[in-house]
Design a protein around this ligand. Structure first.
Ligand code: FES
Ligand SMILES: [Fe+2]
Length: 389
């Protein structure tokens, strides 16, 4: 894998120095913010339009719709959509609204089909979105059917993921959005060779940024997760690289502790860290020694105090391992259940309460510390997109 930025083992050793000195990487300044950012409907509308309507965000791993006609439906911040694999192997995102009188064409969460057929008056559409039949056409009157297909959104598959810009009039260029560093990093991970073991969405009464923030945060581990994550992961010790729209950071696991006193020499400490990435505008990608985990946060289409979080785990497909199907499933199931338990028991309750708190009229101004580098980068980049007319 070609290295981007400082070599990985060097970055890992930087976390060792931090552990020795009780320090962490530093953003350089505090940032003050207002609780309105997490509840204001005008700000939420700007976020939907200027962030999700303009830049690519990940909606799935390609292996979730492997065959032609495989689809899933999804509420994006601006459009309800169907994401569907085409006969030529590419992926299209279609706005899930019938061009006759606006019924929702596809109600299923996922499936495989040869056409989409509207439940209201049974017009049907090809999986590429083109209008195929108008029922009782002889009575309906003349129409230009070539212009009455489902509207499509800019979509690209890159680095194993499917990316969408949530505006039919936009264009998409994922490599350009990622920039040379993040694009090279993701390309080196070869995530397209993995398979998505499981994906699940959670609709929570929490602003999407509040939620995303919690999964970029290395400062809360010991306090919010004393009996789970904190047993394995160090709190408030991170080595960062800021790539502008995106960032990457190494967090030491507690298995690294013997090397605090002893010199590890040139041995690899890769198994003693978790490497996280803020993949702008709304995902956290976690690189574990043997798999990847992607967390995605999407605002609700109207309510700033709601969002959908999606978690997916990408693992080596069973045929590329020495495991039997059963053992492979048992192993990744166990991993999944542990992740789920921490989310439901620890993060979600805390975040729901934060959202309630942030609606208090006199909440006061709030602050991000200079140790909260990933949160600082996330906020800086979100603001930058909002500021672009
Ligand atoms: S609204 Fe879809 S066929 Fe009438
Ligand atoms: Fe957490």
């Amino acid at each position: 894998m070609t290295e981007v930025g400082a070599p990985r083992e060097e970055r890992i050793r930087r976390t060792l120095d931090h552990l020795r000195n009780d320090t962490t990487d530093d953003f350089g300044h505090l940032t003050w913010f207002r609780p309105e950012e997490f509840r204001d409907t005008d700000i939420a509308k700007l976020e939907r339009d200027r962030i999700f309507g303009r830049v690519p965000s990940i909606v799935a791993h390609g292996s979730e719709i492997p065959k032609a006609g495989d689809f899933f439906t999804l509420q994006m911040p601006r459009n309800n959509v169907i994401v569907v694999r085409q006969r030529d192997g590419s992926v299209k995102t279609l706005v899930n609204v019938c061009r006759h009188r606006g019924a929702m064409v596809e109600k299923e969460e996922k499936g495989r089909c040869r056409l989409f057929s509207c439940p209201y008056h049974r017009w049907s559409y090809d999986t590429d979105g083109s209008l195929r039949t108008i029922t009782r056409e002889n009575t309906f009157g003349e129409t230009d059917q070539s212009d009455m297909g489902l509207i499509s959104l800019p979509t690209e598959e890159r680095h194993g993921f499917i990316w969408v810009v949530d505006d039919a009039d936009a264009t998409i260029d994922v490599a350009d959005w990622l920039g040379p560093d993040m694009d090279a990093i993701m390309s080196g991970y070869d995530i397209e060779s993995l398979t998505c073991f499981r994906a699940e969405g959670f609709d929570e009464p929490v602003n999407w940024k509040l939620m995303q923030d919690a999964f970029l945060d290395g400062y809360h581990i010991q306090y919010a997760h004393p009996n789970s994550a904190a047993k394995h992961i160090h709190t408030n010790v991170m080595a960062f690289e800021d790539f502008g729209r995106h960032c990457r950071f190494v967090t030491p696991r507690k298995s690294i502790d013997r090397w605090i006193e002893e010199d590890p020499g040139s041995r690899s400490l890769a198994n003693d860290v978790t490497e996280s990435h803020l993949v702008g505008p709304n995902s956290t990608l976690l690189r574990q020694p043997d798999h990847f985990q992607l967390l995605t946060f999407r605002p609700h289409p109207t309510d700033p105090q709601r969002c959908r979080m999606e978690m997916r785990v990408m693992v080596p497909p069973v045929e590329k391992t020495e495991f039997s199907q059963e053992k492979w499933e048992r192993r990744w199931n166990k991993n999944w259940e542990i992740l789920l338990a921490v989310l439901h028991a620890e993060d979600f309750p805390l975040l729901r309460d934060s959202q309630v708190g942030l609606t208090s009229a006199s909440a006061g101004r709030m602050v991000l510390g200079q140790n909260e580098v990933a949160n600082q980068v996330f906020r800086r980049e979100t603001q930058k997109l909002l500021d672009q007319n």
